[in-house]
Design a protein around this ligand. Sequence first.
Ligand SMILES: Nc1ncnc2c1ncn2[C@@H]1O[C@H](COP(=O)(O)OP(=O)(O)OP(=O)(O)O)[C@@H](O)[C@H]1O
Ligand SMILES: [Mg+2]
Length: 489
Amino acid sequence: MELRDVVGGSLQMLAERPGMAHPYLTLSDSETGESWIEQAHGLTKEQVRRGRYAFGEGIVGRVIQSGRTRVVHGSSPKFLNRLGRSEPEYMSFICAPVRLDGQVIGTVSVDRHGADPAELQVDVTLVEAVADMLGHAIAMRRRAAEARITIEAENRRLRAELRERFRISNIVGSHKSMLAVYEKIAQVARSNTTVLLRGESGTGKELVARATHFASPRAEAPFVALNCAALPESMLESELFGHERGAFTGAIETRKGRFELADGGTIFLDEIGELRPQTQIKLLRVLQERSFERIGSNQTRRCDVRVLAATHTDLERAIAEGRFREDLYYRLNVFDIQLPALRDRREDVLELANFFVNRYGSERDPPVTRISRKAARMLWAWDWPGNVRELENCIERAVLLAGGGVIRAEHLPATLRGVEPGDSEARGEAPALGDAPAGATLDEALHALERRMLERALGQSGGNRAAAARALGISERRMGLRVHKHGLG
Ligand SMILES: Nc1ncnc2c1ncn2[C@@H]1O[C@H](COP(=O)(O)OP(=O)(O)OP(=O)(O)O)[C@@H](O)[C@H]1O
Ligand SMILES: [Mg+2]
């Protein structure tokens, strides 16, 4: 209930009592003590305007000053009658303090006509009860408002934190394939275009989706993510579009779907390739018409939602095999961003590793601040089938094991230790130096040897091309050409 209604109801209740008129609530300024009529029953606007009292002035001012209820006869010189009532000599004025956490913050008062002293005493008790009750109501209201302010401030802080964390500039990597990603985000963020994010697991699809949202004009509105592979079809539809109460067994309450929750913002549909045909049709309709129905309802709802979708599966193949609708594919694939696998941008491995050392290591006491050369070489040499997520987990764990200072080789998983450059068996990689694969031509064998030597040199230099070139006795320029030829950079 609104505070105004609570006060209004109480004042009306007083006004309806026999012989009572003009009840009003005053509030006072906590600094100056000056009070004004906050709400009244049966007073003109002009009277309300006139009803201002300095601290200690008139009856209202005295009640505020002393914190004690006063009853005065209308003919008393103390009664100022600032509101200009006619014939005040036939009335008494009852005024009780309103307290908030023990402090007087205002008054409740009423005019009482023709009461004998005994009746007047009953009325005083009533006015005091109303004043107490309003004090509680105001206190509760303030507490709720304070809680709301705290929650809003907290929400603002969290949103700012999210925004900061998912800034495009916080996506790490300077390989040219990543520069292309940044450029694409910048091109598309400010529009409402549907984006399809593709890339292996752990390459940063969700990260890019969030960055796109936070760089868009929708940044202040919700970002709602849903993994389409995580739920069975029946539940997925109700998650997406919501349902009416009783729409199916177990639908005990009406629930909004993610599209409704994301209204004004962005929805991120992860693993879109896993959608069943039935749901694909419904999604297609949302993309085309921006409208849908809750399950069990025939009321069409409209939504203003930007759609970002992600998949690590081969959608073209799914279309060819009849598992994915081609029309939906075209709707989703308006603009696509391809996230590179980490092994295809090895130069970024150490930059990312250091970024995660900073993220996880700086919270430790003592902090973990760096990676040893040997460990760096191992990170560089690994193929990272789980991509950035695998690297992130690996560093988070290494930080714990390191306990402070430096991450060393022994803090890395055994699988990585097995691939120390030069250790070809562990990596399951033929050929060893000089061992050409059976049936290979000379050119093929030389090519394989060259690649192997390059990899080893780069591994030992921690990815530093100049150092690798020196070790191999070739110029940096030739090194660059070879690295390019073998797709190592
Ligand atoms: N370029 C990057 N810079 C910094 N952190 C990254 C980068 N790419 C990925 N990450 C981090 O790696 C983790 C995995 O990323 P994300 O969840 O976005 O991957 P994904 O492509 O959605 O994977 P999946 O397909 O398995 O869901 C996240 O913690 C993310 O913050
Ligand atoms: Mg993901």
